[in-house]
Design a protein around this ligand. Sequence first.
Ligand code: PLP
Length: 354
Amino acid sequence: MFSVLKAQEGVHVFSGCRSLLRIKRSAVEHNVREIHRFSGKKIIAVIKSDAYGMGVRYVAPILRNLDPVDSFAVACAEEGVLLREMGVKREIIILGGVLPEEMEAVKEFRLTPVVSDPEHMKVIGGEDIKFHVKFDTGMGRLGFIGELVKDPRVVGVMSHLSTPADREFSLKQIEEFRRIVEAYRGKALKIHIESSAGVVYKVPFTTHVRIGLALYGEKSLKDYPIELEPAVSISARVISVKDVPAGFPISYGRTHITKKKTRIAVVAFGYADGLMKSLSNRGYLLFEGRKLPILGNITMDMTIVEVGDLKVKPGDWVCVVNESRTFGDLAREAGTIPYEIMCNISSRVKREVI
Ligand SMILES: *Cc1c(COP(=O)(O)O)cnc(C)c1O
């Protein structure tokens, strides 16, 4: 039988699902509160790219009721429309500029583009829409350099730090941004440059912080001054457990050969679910807090782990990520950044808000 369990916020979890991503509401709320307390500023919740792969349909309903969350930011108009269709009433900032084909949606759904190119101004033309202006103070991506956009429809001025871990360079960017903001003095604008890592600079002249990663309790700097609570866990089910003899090859390419008789488990989570193949033969999964080393190559839908003498059986759940092994930890092991891993968690992995 294939029953459907109805969880909060219209989240449907199939009892037969093989992998599950859980978002802990109280942890996200805690992180928002702590960031607000530390910065003393309102929060622009950055939930682009399906809320960093966590699922915007699950994350936005948690955030939209929180007082410090003043605005949302997404990458493109399409992501903004989805938020409006979910009933989000607050400002929705489109970080990635505005293309001609997006103007209809911008108008109809009252989205707020960020203008970062003269072409964006042309696209907006004489339309009655509010927008933010972005300045490039050292990111080398979007934003005006040495050119001001003065327009009565401007409601925000922003920039972006390229290297928050580099204090000297970041302070230079902030100083450059301060000079730009001076030119807009006298208007009540939203002023923002700090991202999750950038909040450490406590920039005195900004009104908002733009927070993505920290919402999930992931630390974006080694010595992060805010006590965040990891909010996401991912677990997957064991499909099969068996003993294999010494000298037996494991998985495609036979990159692991057992040294002794070994008990292995096959877990329903592979690179198609978001477990990077680079963790083959070096990563691990967790069972009741114990590490299960990954043996051989990770495959599309399955990963093989060594279970030793642990009592693991088909149907059991093993953890990929939890409060003690975060996306950041996994990223270090895989030689990448937590953002990339999060964005690559497949939609096949069921989501649930707890
Ligand atoms: C993604 C993004 C952010 C959020 O960064 P985090 O490190 O996740 O907090 C902020 N500003 C801009 C322009 C972004 O693209």
